[in-house]
Design a protein around this ligand. Structure first.
Ligand code: SF4
Length: 335
């Protein structure tokens, strides 16, 4: 999504006002609009492209060359052809993915504190140990790593997957036994969709794992006819209440095409912001939680990142090559 139209404070105020948040008052929107203008100018000067995850702050969407989920951004990172620099507005493992797929380009993450509880739940050392143990029991075992993990973990995996293609990737493997890392809820969801044996890691995304079935049920009963869209990183009892289990970008497509006009979006709150701004004629209720890692990225941080070319993501050649192999295998399988 290219958003190069001029933005002034008043236009931005009107746009962000659909979110009904006090933080976006007229003075703040004036300041944000000035920063957006400067980022756009510098982006052209630096020959940079800005990739933005669906969970980012709404004002960050205004400087995006492309907004999407992990799979879309992975593909976009691979297709970037006319930029010297990629500024990644997301979390650290996503910027590593962009670097692995674009080793010749400078990849910048505006704030190094933008980590991920899920990626932190598996280290390469622990994975290597577990894989060795399991290979003794299941010689055909293959490791599938959800892209929400470090480049080192990806490099030890047979193939990566995203929430959008996890089932498809597992089904495409010539193995009946799969060690699935690091998200236990996504692993459980994949297990519910395949006859293969999924051995799950015990990690979780703290954002999705804290959403309860009781919260979802309350809204469902209070708003008759509402469609519940849930992310597969949620617990199984939450997914059981969903009309559709979807990745974030699939939620956007579903809400756009559906005849329904009321949705409960069960994922990180940034996606609800995107839906409210892009589909203003439908109603989006929230059972969402904020990811404090994603919110580390600010417009000021993006501006400083472009000004000072910081913080550069670096990978060893071996790690980059291993991660790229697992990511490219995924991209060759996923539609
Ligand atoms: S939403 Fe969850 S998986 Fe995504 S970055 Fe935040 S903690 Fe990690």
């Amino acid at each position: 999504m290219e958003t190069e139209s001029p933005v002034n404070g008043a236009e931005l105020y009107d746009k962000l006002n659909v979110l009904e948040r006090d933080e976006y008052d007229a003075a703040t929107c004036d300041r944000l609009a000035a920063t957006i203008g400067e980022i756009r100018r510098l982006k052209r000067e630096r020959r940079a492209v800005i990739l933005v995850h669906n969970y980012q702050r709404p004002e960050i969407f205004e400087v995006a060359d492309f907004i999407g989920d992990s799979l879309e951004l992975s593909r976009k990172a691979q297709q970037v052809s006319d930029a010297d620099i990629i500024v990644f507005c997301g979390v650290h493992f996503m910027a590593e993915t962009a670097k692995a797929l674009n080793p010749q380009r400078t990849v910048l993450l505006p704030d190094l504190r933008a980590g991920c509880s899920l990626a932190d739940s598996v280290t390469a050392e622990a994975l290597a140990e577990r894989k060795d143990e399991l290979l003794k029991l299941y010689p055909d075992l293959q490791v599938v790593s959800y892209v929400n993990c470090t480049a080192e973990v990806k490099a030890l995996s047979d193939v990566c997957c995203t929430s959008a293609n996890a089932v498809q990737v597992v089904e495409a493997l010539d193995s009946e036994h799969v060690l699935f890392v690091p998200d236990q809820n996504l692993a459980n969801y994949v297990q519910s969709q395949t006859a293969k044996q999924i051995i799950s890691w015990d990690g979780n995304c703290y954002v999705h794992h804290q959403i309860t079935a009781a919260e979802v049920e309350k809204v469902k009963h209070g708003v008759p006819g509402i469609k519940v869209l849930a992310h597969p990183e949620c617990r199984a009892d939450v997914l059981a209440l969903a009309d559709a289990v979807l990745s974030t970008s699939a939620m956007v497509a579903y809400a756009q095409k559906s005849a329904a006009d009321k949705f409960l979006v069960v994922t990180e709150c940034g996606l609800s912001d995107r839906l409210l701004m892009e589909i203003p004629n439908k109603h989006f209720y929230k059972a969402c939680k904020l990811c404090h890692y994603m919110k580390m990225i600010t417009l000021d941080g993006v501006l400083d990142s472009l000004r000072h070319l910081r913080y550069e993501i670096e990978l060893t050649e071996e790690t980059a090559a291993g991660a790229r192999r697992a990511l490219e295998k995924m991209l060759s399988i996923a539609v």
